[in-house]
Structures are given as C-alpha cells and as structure tokens.
Design a protein around this ligand. Structure first.
Ligand SMILES: [Zn+2]
Length: 274
C-alpha cells in the first residue's frame, strides 16, 4: 500500500461553509483579513478537537457546528485553543435545559430545585448550550450566550471562576483593580436603576425592561465578578461602543486581553462614512 494512504489529509472547513458562517455572524466585522485567516485556522482546530453533539432530539448540522465553533474561537483568537484544552464535549439542546440545583443558605438550610438554563460551562467538563438561545434571532437580545459560556471557560483556566483569567504577571494587579472597581460601579448603577422602578412595576417583569436599558450591561452581570467578566465579554463583542463609553479602562483591559478592538473598528467605519 502506498505510504500516502497513511497520511492524514488536513480537512478544514470548506470555503462555501466558511463564507456562509461569516455571513451569519455580524460579530467579526472588526477583524482584518489576517485575523480572519487566524480565526479560520482556530475554527478548523476546534472542529477537529471537539465533539459538538445534540441532545433531546437536536442534531447540529455542519452550519450549526461551524457557527458555534466560530463564536467559541472569537474570544480565544489571541489565546489559541489551549484555552479550551480541558474539555472535548459541546452539547446542544433544542431549548433551555433543566438542571438540578442544591444550595445551602446562610442559616444552613438546604434548598433543592430545578433551574432552566440557556448555557452552562462546567469546570473541566463540557459546555452545554440551548439552540433556542444561540440560534437565529437570539442575538436580538443584545447578548451572546455562546461567547458568555466560552468566556467562563477562559476564566476557569486557572481553576477558579472569579473573573480573573490567567494573565501575564505585569497585568494581573491592574486587571484585579479594574474588575473590582468596575463591578462595584455597575452594582451601584443597578441599585440606582432599581430604586427608580415604581412599586407598581414588578422588577422581574417585561414592564421593568425599559429601566434596565439605561445600564451598559445586562443586570445579570451584578451576580458576581465571574458573571461580570462573562457578561462583559459578550458586550465587548456585541455592543463594544456602549461598553467602552461606560467603562473605558475596563474596555481597554478586555481589548488588551482578547487582542481585539471591536469599538475601534466602529470608529474607523464612522469616520470613513463621513
Ligand atoms: Zn454565566
């Protein structure tokens, strides 16, 4: 048998599929041709290394898989696939999935319940996503569940979900200070907004949405510093100009970390239209 039979042919993503997935993703407009080539190589590697499988009857086709891979690789563009070395499985449900939760409160009482999730990133385990929350139409909410969960994976690289990813020694102290300061500022802003909601309006209802719209980030970011980093990661790619004008120093730290400047690309576009 000729030796070439044993050689592995590199099977990357096909040109037409790549074009299709780029077209379906408005999030890559800030990348130049060289960045897009690097992103495509990462997507190829991601698709080769990971298992993107469906659950509860959902069968992710090649476009769904490539679309998830692209969004997963976007925050890892500067970090490489080593950011995702600790897991292989990406599991996609057709809709939100139910997860049993057990929590012990301050009084020592154990609460058990079931929670419906749009996405979950497990430490050392799979990333689980709901297609209803990441597929077509889901981006109208201004967020991005896929990026959110993969930013959690990047945060978890050093073993802790604390909003502090692995950083070069010289950048660590600045990140921690900015994370704390910006998180506190956001929690204050949220409290301010909540105080403005009239008593007649249920803060959990859709009627309260217009009050929260004044905030530069989804209120979920106030949960803890880990969620603040994940929600900031979504905003960095989806609503970068808004994030930068609210928290310029935090935006800059994220820009240095992700090695990208989505808001800067908007500036360039705006000045060329003039
Ligand atoms: Zn989260």
């Amino acid at each position: 048998m000729p030796l070439r039979w044993f050689r592995r042919t590199p099977r990357g993503i096909a040109d037409d599929l790549w074009a299709q997935v780029l077209q379906s993703q408005p999030l890559v407009g800030h990348l130049d041709a060289a960045d897009l080539t690097r992103l495509r190589a990462l997507v190829d590697g991601f698709l080769a290394e990971k298992h993107i499988s469906g659950a509860a009857g959902f069968a992710p086709d090649a476009l769904v898989q490539a679309s998830i891979a692209l969004q997963a690789c976007l925050p890892a563009l500067n970090l490489g696939l080593r950011a995702y070395a600790d897991f292989v499985e990406v599991i996609v449900y057709p809709d939100q999935f139910l997860v049993p939760r057990r929590r012990t409160d301050d009084a020592g009482v154990v609460h058990e319940g079931i929670e419906a999730l749009a996405g979950e990133a497990m430490d050392g385990g799979p990333v689980v996503l709901s297609w209803a929350d990441i597929g077509p139409g889901s981006h109208e909410t201004g967020g991005n569940v896929t990026i959110h969960e993969f930013v959690h994976k990047i945060d978890l690289l050093d073993g802790e979900a604390d909003g502090i990813p692995p950083l070069p020694a010289g950048r660590h102290a600045r990140w921690v200070r900015l994370l704390e300061d910006t998180y506190d500022a956001f929690c204050d802003a949220l409290e301010h907004v909540e105080a403005q909601i009239p008593r007649s309006v249920d803060p959990e209802s859709a009627a309260a949405d217009r009050y929260y719209e004044a905030l530069p980030l989804d209120p979920y970011a106030a949960t803890d510093p880990s969620e603040f980093f994940a929600v900031s990661g979504e905003a960095f790619f989806v609503t970068p100009v808004r994030l930068r004008s609210a928290y310029p120093e935090w935006y800059q730290a994220l820009s240095d970390f992700f090695g990208q400047d989505p808001a800067g690309a908007h500036d360039a576009e705006a000045s060329s239209i003039r």
